[in-house]
Every structure is written in C-alpha cells, then in structure tokens.
Design a protein around this ligand. Structure first.
Ligand SMILES: [Fe+2]
Length: 281
C-alpha cells in the first residue's frame, strides 16, 4: 500500500502570508506534485494544523485547494485548528460519539486510526479518558489486524524543549501506551506538530514525522520559552507499507536543484545546467 503523509499546512485567509511565506501557494504546489507523481497512492493523510488561526476563510481555502487532490484524503486535527469550523467546511469528517475527530479505516495493511489530540485553550496535546475509551474499542475490534496511528501531537518528548513543552502529558501518554501494548501489533505512528524530519522508535513502535508545507521549526536543543522558526524546505513523505516493511521516503517538493544521470559522462552539459523553477516565497 502506498500512502502520502504531509502535515501542518497552516492555511490562512486568501492573499495572506504567514511568516513571510504563502501557505496556499505551497499547498497548491504540494498537491500538484502528488497528483503528478503519486496519483497511484491509495490514501493521503494530513496530520493537523490544517489552518493557522482556525477561521472559516482559511478552511474555505483549504477545501478549495484540496479539491484538486486526486488521491483519497483523510484529515487529522491539530492544535491550530478549530473543530467546529473544520466540521462546517468538511461535513463528512468522521467523529466519535463525543464529537472528537477520531475515526478508523480498515485497509489491506490493517486498521488505520486517526486520533484527535487537541484541547481548546492550549497548544499542548491531550488524550483524555473519553478518547482513550474510543481507542480501546477501536483496538479491541481490530482483533489480529496490524494498526497504524495518525495523530498531531507525538506521545513522547522528541528532545526539543520548546516543542516538548507542548506535548501530551506523561500520564496520558502512559495510558495511551498501555492500550497500544495490550493490542500488541501497533506498527507505526505518523504525527505532525514538530515541523521537522524525525524518525525513530517509541517503546518498540516505529514513528515518523516531517516538515510542514509552510514554515518549519529550527533544530534548536536549547530554546525553551520561544519556538524557533525557520524557512527550511517543505516536504511530504511517500510511505510504502506491506506485511513486513514500512519505508518512508522524504520528498522536498519545492527542491529545484538539477537532476541528472549518475552514469553520464557529459560533464560539461550538466555542470552548466540550471533549474529555473521559481521558489515560492
Ligand atoms: Fe504546526
């Protein structure tokens, strides 16, 4: 199964920029690249912070832009989002019995679970008892199927103090982990929030995340009180999953560097080659 994962699109109102960049133009470029190169993907997931301020105009931009995507799509909510506005603009969004934007999807590789980790009035993550109850049911009914999680906040510290202060509290993360351990076959966690390319393993479960499609967060292991931003390039990942592997390919879709054959002996021509595609500010 081929999946596309991207995150933290942070859309704003039409014509507006965010941190000196145009989120809509970048998302448009991201979608065009996916449509061009990965129209065969079976699912695309955006892991939250779909908008920056959660207003109606931004969700309208998001909806209109995503209408161009040819791959089936699932949305996850992030701390910059608003549940009410999101559901108004995307009325087909699945929710659990309490109104949290959580859902499951059974596929050829197993059950995909999309979690809601936000709490109003804070940018930090939360995973309360009611959501744990839903997750417990979703894992129990997954029976012997492998499970893959998609969520905005990571359930563990990533080692960057400014971001770890905005994570899921340890007690809630422990409770989440207890459920995952009880299931016994949770294969991977895909998350957003950190705006950085990070992969590894948490308590035996592999994970991956990536840069957002607009602005990024710097690799700064000292900053605590302020979240350091950057204009590192945006990316999406192409994820290949089958019974015995999960492979995550990172793709900087605005990269304009020359491409060439490593077997070429025509050095003069490719030494002079220049890609003139404009950089989206
Ligand atoms: Fe974000």
């Amino acid at each position: 199964m081929k999946l596309i994962h991207f995150t933290d699109t942070h859309l704003v109102g039409h014509g507006q920029k965010l941190y000196g960049l145009d989120p809509l133009a970048r998302l448009t470029a991201c979608i065009a690249d996916i449509n061009r190169h990965h129209a065969d993907a079976e699912l695309c997931v955006i892991t939250g912070d779909l908008t920056h301020w959660g207003e109606c105009a931004a969700y309208r931009n998001l909806r209109d832009c995503l209408a161009e995507l040819t791959v089936p799509l699932r949305l996850v909510i992030g701390n910059h989002d608003d549940r009410t506005e999101l559901r108004l603009m995307f009325p087909d969004t699945a929710v659990d019995e309490y109104g949290f934007i959580q859902s499951g999807m059974d596929t050829e590789i197993g059950r995909l679970l999309f979690l809601d980790t936000i709490e109003e009035e804070t940018h930090a993550g939360r995973y309360c008892l009611r959501r744990l109850e839903w997750l417990s049911d979703a894992l129990n009914t997954a029976a012997d199927q492998p499970v893959y999680l998609f969520m905005h906040h990571p359930p563990f510290p990533v080692g960057l103090p400014s971001l770890d202060a905005l994570g899921i509290p340890p007690d809630q993360a422990h409770a989440l982990n207890d459920l995952l351990e009880a299931h016994g076959d949770v294969r991977h966690i895909f998350f957003g929030h950190v705006h950085r390319p990070i992969s590894g393993q948490w308590r035996g479960i592999s994970f991956s995340t990536l840069r957002g499609t607009n602005h990024q967060i710097s690799l700064d292991f000292q900053a605590i009180d302020d979240v350091p931003g950057s204009h590192e390039p945006p990316a999406y990942t192409v994820v290949l999953v089958d019974a015995d592997r999960i492979v995550v390919h990172y793709h900087d879709f605005l990269d304009a560097s020359p491409q060439f054959s490593l077997g070429s002996t025509d050095w003069d021509s490719w030494n002079q080659e220049r890609d003139t595609r404009p950089i989206i500010a």
